[in-house]
Design a protein around this ligand. Structure first.
Ligand SMILES: Cc1cc2nc3c(=O)[nH]c(=O)nc-3n(C[C@H](O)[C@H](O)[C@H](O)COP(=O)(O)O)c2cc1C
Length: 453
């Protein structure tokens, strides 16, 4: 049986996935600003032999509806997730960490230095989620008048990757560091190359600040499933987070990415595909469903619709509920417009879309049941779609993940679907096998390696 990979998908704010759930008495998510909170969670996940902990990130909040945003904590307040990672690495041995850094806001040089630093400090347990962020609320904070059009953001992301590969793969040769006390030579300057980059979005003359780390390029993830997003994923991503409304749509997206990856000369299995999974575990199905209903009672519909607007630019509450939801154009994120158009298989009304979104928000597959039922469903989705793993989503923190680790993980292990022990050290090896610490030669980033020939 195919062994799966598991991560959790979280964010450093009180609310995620179900707006309003921060008010649930069992939810400790308002502790998101405490180091101890994240350490406790990381240790739970390491006990459950999880592959990684993934932190989404974004700047800004839906500032056109300030009162609602602050009242319901819709993406605000939020902290920088990157800063907690070295502390989490120190309190775990194996768990890896993936965090978002967006080409829309960051610059290649400091970004590469941060990831190299984390790769050193975590001993290769770091991944980078590259997103062509669509939300406009952060743009003004960076002095911009707005965001670039959708496909142009991916063009910008392409150039960001090129500049990053030059720094991470092409600046320092493997033997540049000599560290010979006797000869008083730390590094050989002839083997540290100056990168010249002059493109449409970025200009840079620099040597990479950090010496080579174990993985060099952090494991690359991507999370946009628009047409352009999938092409970007097929070229760059080693891990892809996909969400689709039906099993058929997910299967089609998985096949599409793998086909596009082959066209970029990448081998079978060079991309691991994850989908979102929300679980509620009970001793019986009824108990789990009761628990889920209790979580749902804490929802805020108005806050949920605001997150839709923030992601897509579309205010569902301002549209005629009986109008068909079609011919939708957005320059923000398209994953969640196409979910109700291209990938839904039928024309839905605005009311149907609003109801569905308020019910599910950005969640992936939702399963409430016993550990056996959850494992059955997970197995079914893997077999039917060809995905490689799941990204677990919170209802309440840390309770949702403690339940999963205590009850579902042993069931997956019993079926041979999940590791009993950690076997590899770096994140890339965990996903692609021992010895694969660096980007494979077939990856586009490998072309930027320094070569004497
Ligand atoms: C699992 C997952 C994680 C995501 N993480 C982030 C994130 O951290 N920051 C962000 O701005 N967008 C994030 N997104 C949103 C997508 O990257 C978003 O769709 C993006 O705007 C890409 O555009 P596209 O969907 O039109 O391709 C995430 C999406 C998914 C499914």
């Amino acid at each position: 049986m195919k062994k799966i990979h598991l991560g959790i998908f979280d964010i450093h704010t009180p609310n995620q996935m179900t707006q309003g759930l921060w008010t649930h008495p069992a939810n400790q998510s308002t502790r998101y600003k405490e180091l101890a909170f994240w350490i406790e969670l990381a240790q739970v996940l390491e006990r459950g032999k999880f592959d990684f902990m993934f932190f989404a990130d974004s700047y800004g909040y839906p500032h056109h509806k300030r009162e609602l945003s602050y009242r319901e904590a819709v993406y605000t307040p939020s902290n920088d997730p990157m800063l907690v990672i070295s502390a989490l690495a120190a309190s775990t041995k194996h768990l890896a960490f993936v965090t978002t850094a967006s080409p829309v806001y960051e610059l290649p040089f400091p970004n590469a230095r941060r990831f190299s630093t984390l790769d050193h400090l975590t001993n290769g347990r770091i991944g980078w989620n590259v997103v062509a962020t669509g939300g406009i609320s952060g743009a003004e904070s960076f002095g911009r008048s707005g965001i670039l059009p959708h496909d142009e953001r991916y063009e910008q992301a392409e150039e960001f990757m090129e500049a990053s590969y030059k720094l991470l793969e092409g600046s320092w040769e493997d033997d540049a560091v000599i560290a010979d006390r006797g000869r008083r030579i730390y590094a050989d300057a002839d083997k540290v190359h100056v990168i010249q980059h002059s493109g449409k979005y970025y200009k840079m003359t620099a040597s990479h600040a950090s010496e080579p780390s174990i993985q060099r390029t952090p494991v690359l993830f991507q999370a946009g499933s628009s047409d352009r997003g999938r092409d970007f994923a097929a070229k760059h991503a080693e891990g892809v987070f996909l969400k689709a409304p039906t099993i058929e749509a997910l299967r089609a997206q998985v096949q599409d990415i793998r086909k596009r990856a082959a066209a970029y000369g990448r081998g079978e299995g060079e991309i691991k595909i994850f989908t979102g999974l929300s679980t509620v575990v009970g001793r019986t199905r009824e108990e789990a469903e009761r628990k889920l209903a209790e979580y749902k009672a804490h929802r805020s519909r108005e806050a949920a619709l605001l997150t839709y607007e923030n992601a897509t630019g579309i205010d569902l509450s301002a549209l005629d509920p009986d109008a068909p939801f079609e011919q939708i154009k957005t320059e923000q994120g398209r994953t969640h417009t196409e979910r109700y158009t291209k990938h839904s298989g039928k024309v839905q009304s605005v009311r149907e879309v609003s109801d569905n979104f308020a019910e599910k928000e950005f969640r992936g597959i939702v399963i409430a049941g016993t550990a056996e039922e959850i494992a059955d469903q997970m197995q079914y989705w893997v077999e039917e779609t060809g995905i490689d793993g799941f990204n677990l989503e919170r209802y309440v923190l840390p309770g949702t993940h403690i339940d999963f680790v205590d009850h579902v993980v042993p069931e997956l292990q019993r079926r041979g679907m999940f590791r009993q022990e950690y076997e590899e050290d770096t994140l890339r090896e965990r996903l692609f096998g021992k010895g694969n610490t660096r980007l494979p030669n077939t990856h586009t980033g490998a072309a930027y390696r320094f070569s004497n020939s």
